[in-house]
Structure formats: C-alpha cells, structure tokens
Ligand binder design. Structure first.
Ligand code: NAD
Length: 383
C-alpha cells in the first residue's frame, strides 16, 4: 500500500522549502523541564520583503566538514555567503582565497582572530573546529561582536556550553548549533508523524549511528573530542529520539561495548548502547559505534511504524512508513541551515536550533556517560 499523503507531503515540502529557504517546519521551544514542542511555523518570508542583503560568513577551521560540505553549501545560500576564513595553515588560506575569491583582509589565523571585530564584512562566525575548541572560539567570536554558529557537539562539558550561551547573551549576539537535520524533510517528517501521533502513541524508538573510524585522528582523543562516537555521531540518535518523540526522556541506562581495538580506542569508547525511558512507558533503544557502520531511526507506535535508513546522512536519506515509502525532496541541508540562521540574524529572532538545544544535548550525553560508568539508572532532570 502506498503512503496516501505522498504527493501532498512532497508538494508541501517543495513549496515550503523553495518558498522559505532555510525555514524548518518545526521549532524547538523548551516548555517545561521535561517537555518541548516542535512548533509549526509560517515560512520566514511570509508577509515580508525578501531581504536583499546577504550576510557575510567566516568559517573557522578548514577541515573536512568546512571543505566538503559548508563551503560548497555557501555557494547555494541566498541570505549569506562565504566571505572569510580563519585557518592556521597558510597554504589552505591561499587555496581558499583563489577558489572562493576571498579578499586578503578577510583571511585570519588563530592569533589575529580577535581583530575580526573590526571587519564589517563578517556578520557570522561559524566554528568548525575540534570539539574541545568550540567554547574558546564561540566566546571569542561573540566578544568580537559576531553572531555565531557552532558545530555539534556544542562543547565537551555542560559548563562550557553555559559559558558560551552567556557570552553570546552578554554581547547580544545570536548563537546556533549546526543541527542540519532540523532542515531536512525526511527527519522533519519523523518529527511530524511522531508529534502529531499519526500512528498513535509511540511505544519504541530505535536509533543507531556509527562509522568505522580511521586511526590517529583528534576524534579518538578524549581531550580533543570529549568522548568517542557518542559525542560525534551518537548525538544524532539523541536528537532523532527527541524530535520523533517530541518530549524529553525521564531517565537513561547505558552500557559501554567491549573494546576489540585498543590501538584506536585507548582513550574513548569504541561503542555504547543506551536506553531512554519516557513517562508513560515508551522507551528508546540507541546504539553508537566507531567500529561499525549504522544509520537508522525508527518509531514503532500503536497503529504502525515509520523509519529512516539512512537517517542522518548529508544525502540519500530514505524513509518508509507502515503505509509505504516516503517520497520527499532532497535538499542541501547545510545551505538551508545557514540561510535560516542568516534570516534569524536579519529578523533578530532566535534560531530553531539555539545554544540552549546544544546545552540540553550535552547534558544528556554526559548523563549517558554517567549511566555507563556507574551502571546506574540516571534521572534526566533540568534539561
Ligand atoms: P577535521 O579534522 O576534518 O577538521 C578540523 C579542523 O580544525 C582542521 O582544519 C584542523 O586544521 C583544525 N584545527 C585547528 N586546531 C586544531 C588542533 N589543535 N587539532 C586538530 N585540528 C585543529 O574535522 P571535521 O570533520 O571538519 O569536524 C570539525 C567539527 O565539525 C567537529 O566539531 C565535528 O563534530 C563537526 N562536524 C559536524 C558535522 C555535521 O554534520 N554537522 C559533520 C562533520 C563534522
């Protein structure tokens, strides 16, 4: 049987995505300690003139994600563009300068970064560094008067996240986390089917994200990464569970998997599985690994199921429900995410994926580690 609303859904998404570049269908808004809602929104462009101004973005850290995803996405954005870079490698600076026609005055290194405050070309700083460096550069960017996007995970401790939020608040600058899947139609549909209870109450969410990691990278350093696959890719399971359920779990239990490769995993976990408990009895069963490829999100509800596989990739996400395959547009997630943030800056409104969401997730990640370390069921309070 076919998914009866496919054509409507597809049309709705196409209209939505093309009419409102970068606008997510749902917005994060913390309501109470243990619940939040995904608010359906009008397109950001509804009723207003399309702003002509394109905000200038500077990428900090020109590694794989900046090079292969963000810079190409910034060639497709409508409301922001790549105008600056921050890099410690002069050869990269030269290469990027000619590839993206950057002017010399918009090229910074980590030492002269703070002088970016005198540069009116740059409105937004996007921090794409190893996790342990996020806090320092977000705070420095805010102090330099720039709005900030920070990559996930927001930081390696709850305290750092709080400091980052405070720095942006003190400087009256907006802060957003690079949660691109909040702009991706298949993941948004999981949120919609879950929160609107299309198949009734969800009983079980299953989420898995893992990859076979190369050796000798900062992601395997506890100091640089803050942890292993949980910090890097398991965070997508946390996110997927929360936006599919539309509410917060009340407790977590967790178990670290065995280490079969001590060369790669001397400092961080190789794999980890955990279970979230929800009020009312629903559970979420999650797994992350740096040794196995996994990419899955599924909800089993009273009257049916819905799932994505792969669920969290940049491209090629596939979805299916109890009624048939999902047929939704494939979008440039990063372009939509950055355009949405630029719109927020232009309209002075909070991002759907704000620093507070990054903080919430780091609190949950820390609770998962605590549950694995102690073997105890950890209650999730004050999210
Ligand atoms: P990467 O290793 O490819 O790049 C890291 C960059 O940081 C490099 O350019 C490196 O030169 C620079 N750097 C500066 N100081 C450094 C130091 N002391 N040690 C190591 N590198 C240093 O990593 P990446 O994959 O680009 O990841 C960067 C950030 O982006 C991470 O926080 C990661 O979680 C995040 N990320 C997010 C997504 C997403 O889908 N949202 C995807 C990939 C990465």
């Amino acid at each position: 049987m076919n998914f009866t609303n496919i054509s409507t859904s597809r049309r709705k998404f196409i209209q939505h995505v093309s009419g409102a570049i970068g606008t997510s269908l749902f917005a994060f808004s913390a309501k109470t300690a243990n619940s939040f809602s995904f608010r359906e929104e009008l397109p950001a462009t509804a009723g207003i003139q399309q702003p002509e101004k394109q905000l200038g973005i500077a990428l900090v850290g020109l590694g794989k994600y900046s090079t292969e995803q963000l810079a190409p996405a910034l060639q497709e954005t409508k409301r922001c563009k790549l105008v600056g870079i921050v890099t410690g490698t002069p050869e990269k600076a030269e290469k990027w300068k000619s590839k993206y026609s950057l002017v010399d005055k918009n090229i910074y290194d980590y030492q002269n970064f703070d002088s970016i405050k005198n540069n009116p070309d740059i409105d937004i700083v996007y921090v794409v560094l190893p996790n342990s460096m996020h806090a320092e550069y977000v705070i420095r960017a805010a102090k330099a008067g720039k709005h900030v996007i920070c990559e996930k995970p927001m930081a390696v401790s709850v305290q750092e996240c709080e400091d980052m939020i405070k720095a942006c608040k003190d400087a009256s600058r907006l802060l957003s986390i690079g949660y691109r899947l909040h702009f991706e139609p298949y993941n948004l549909t999981m949120a919609e089917l879950g929160t609107k209870k299309t198949y009734g109450e969800i009983k079980l969410v299953t989420a898995r994200d893992g990859m076979d990691i190369e050796p000798n990278v900062w992601r395997l350093s506890k100091k640089m990464a803050g942890g292993g696959p949980l910090m890097d890719v398991g965070i997508y399971c946390v996110q997927g569970v929360l936006y599919t359920m539309g509410k917060y779990p009340i407790a977590v239990t967790a178990k670290e998997g065995p280490k079969t490769d001590m060369k790669r995993f001397s400092e961080v976990e190789q794999s980890l599985s955990w279970q979230f408990d929800f009020a009312g009895g629903a559970i979420a069963s999650c797994e992350t690994s740096y040794a196995d490829e996994m990419n899955f999100l599924r909800a089993d509800a009273e009257r049916g199921w819905f799932q994505l596989e792969p669920a969290y990739e940049y491209k090629g996400i596939k979805g299916e429900t109890a009624k048939g395959k999902l047929d939704l547009p494939h979008v440039n997630q990063q372009a939509l995410q950055m355009d949405d943030f630029a719109t927020c800056v232009l309209q002075n409104k909070k991002s759907k994926v704000p620093g507070e969401m990054g903080l919430r997730d780091v609190k949950i990640l820390m609770a998962i580690y605590e549950a694995a370390r102690t073997g105890k069921r950890i209650e999730l309070k004050n999210l």
